[in-house]
Write a protein that binds this ligand. Structure first.
Ligand SMILES: Cc1cc2nc3c(=O)[nH]c(=O)nc-3n(C[C@H](O)[C@H](O)[C@H](O)COP(=O)(O)OP(=O)(O)OC[C@H]3O[C@@H](n4cnc5c(N)ncnc54)[C@H](O)[C@@H]3O)c2cc1C
Length: 432
């Protein structure tokens, strides 16, 4: 590459990073290196459908190098960013490499927040990455097979209990899909399990589900999930997960082998002063996405916290649209001629939505709320558009049509690493 170009390092190729990259691709003034811990971009809003064996993981992933094929100024570097040194403008990655930059764009999102509860971190299931989604799928399916082989009634019911911590959009969508699966597939596929044996609990610390949505959406989610048999505990917190039981702050203990945890916090990064971080370990940025206390360092998407937007005085919601709009605008600003004024970021709110059951979603849109089939249809359309790659879009559409119409996708396979015979026997409850 040409040494006169500005070197940009982008940490993280999610919604923010990828939209930034698209906008600077083939601009000869920049040579851009993406550092990502995975060699693929993925689409978090549909992780839960992979975790529920509803769609294939290839529907929501796209390899970066394939994406870069005709974008000549983009390079890919596989690795995790662990620290930066703004004084010498260097980024350090887990594989021991040092990347030098003129501009650094931090867009590596969030990680699961266990609030320091080691027992939860050790034993729960998260839903932030593709690995999490596959683990969730394998774990839930294995639990049912174990329950079928289990002679102890208490243990059997423990294996069939699922506890979802967090009544935000992710928790609600998982609960809705699990509830539907129990109803539509439970008896057909697992005749050994008596009706009513699968139990789903939703634990929400606040007084309502979906606390960032309208009352109409909150009420609808509560009604539909309750109707699907989900037991919702409001104003309740998980305080531990020990000895096969989820412990709640009201003293209750729910026996389970599956606790799903959905709360997030900004990813850890070393090398910036403490004053650069705001609440939720997010990086404080100005209206141009520039990180407080560091020169030529920008932060986008979930990891950033911009308190300058008059419409969002406590910061923007951690949503795909915010990340996309920030990524595009930063590229546009960096591309401006020297001396031209930069445009400040002002989020154009496109709304929030969630699927709560088959053919039923809720949507809070700038011009009002929608629920039911029309919201569900809109949800599908909105989530199909940003999927990377034309082939992925077509495949996803086909998978959705098949799965929604038949209630019977064929993806419920347990894929696990080869294990020693004895370990496998023990896991499936087979005694010698
Ligand atoms: C389960 C789930 C469901 C969601 N549903 C919705 C929804 O329905 N609608 C909506 O608008 N939003 C939803 N969100 C939120 C939305 O996904 C985020 O707001 C959005 O992904 C933020 O984009 P981002 O680019 O900041 O980060 P991400 O999209 O999280 O991308 C981060 C990237 O950084 C990479 N990375 C991570 N750590 C490192 C590291 N140390 N070094 C290098 N690379 C790293 C990751 O591999 C990834 O490619 C959901 C999130 C989750 C987890």
């Amino acid at each position: 590459m040409n040494g006169n170009r500005k070197r940009i390092v982008v940490a993280g190729g999610g919604f923010a990073g990828l939209n930034f990259l698209k906008a600077v691709a083939n601009d000869n003034r920049f040579e851009v290196t993406l550092v990502d811990r995975n060699n693929y971009h993925y689409f978090p809003p549909l992780l839960y459908q992979v975790g529920m064996a509803f769609i294939e993981l290839s529907n929501i992933t796209y390899p970066f190098r394939r994406y870069f094929q005709k974008r000549r100024n983009l390079r890919f570097h596989l690795g995790s960013v662990i620290s930066i040194d703004p004084k010498v403008k260097a980024v350090y990655t887990t594989n021991g490499n040092v990347l030098h930059y003129d501009y650094l764009v931090i867009a590596f999102g969030t990680e699961t927040n266990y609030f320091g509860m080691e027992s939860v971190q050790k034993n729960c299931l998260a839903l932030k990455t593709i690995n999490d989604a596959l683990k969730l799928r394998n774990h839930l399916l294995t639990n049912v097979e174990r329950a079928i082989n289990c002679k102890d009634e208490a243990e059997k019911s423990r294996l069939l209990n699922v506890v979802i911590a967090g009544g935000g959009p992710t928790g609600v969508e998982v609960a809705g899909m699990l509830g539907e699966m129990v109803r539509k597939i439970g008896q057909k596929e697992y005749p050994e399990i008596p009706r009513g044996s699968f139990k789903i609990y939703m634990i929400q610390s606040g007084p309502v589900l979906l606390n960032n949505m309208s009352k109409k959406a909150q009420d609808e989610a509560f009604t539909v999930l309750s109707h699907l048999g989900v037991e919702i505990l409001l104003n309740t917190r998980v305080v531990g997960f020990n000895d096969g039981k989820v412990l709640l702050n009201n003293g209750q203990a729910i026996p389970t082998n599956a606790l799903l945890w959905t709360t997030v916090i900004g990813r850890e990064l070393h090398g910036l002063p403490q004053s650069s971080f705001g609440h939720g370990r997010r990086l404080l940025v100005d209206e141009f996405s520039k990180v407080k206390g560091a020169e030529d360092v920008f932060a986008l998407g979930d990891i950033s916290l911009d308190l300058t937007d008059p419409q969002f005085p406590t910061g923007h919601p951690q949503l795909a649209q915010v990340a996309i709009q920030q990524g595009k605008l930063l590229a546009e600003n960096l591309k401006r001629e020297t001396g031209k004024k930069w445009k400040p970021f002002r989020y154009k709110d496109k709304g929030v939505m969630a699927i709560i059951s088959k053919y039923n979603a809720i949507a809070d849109l700038p011009k009002g709320s929608l629920k039911g089939f029309s919201a569900w249809f809109l949800w599908l359309f909105i989530h199909l558009l940003p999927i990377a790659g034309f082939r992925n879009k077509v495949d996803l559409l086909f998978n959705w049509a098949w799965a929604f119409l038949t209630n019977n996708p064929t993806l419920r396979v347990i894929i696990q690493k080869e294990e020693k015979k004895d370990d496998r026997h023990q896991e499936l409850g087979i005694r010698h």
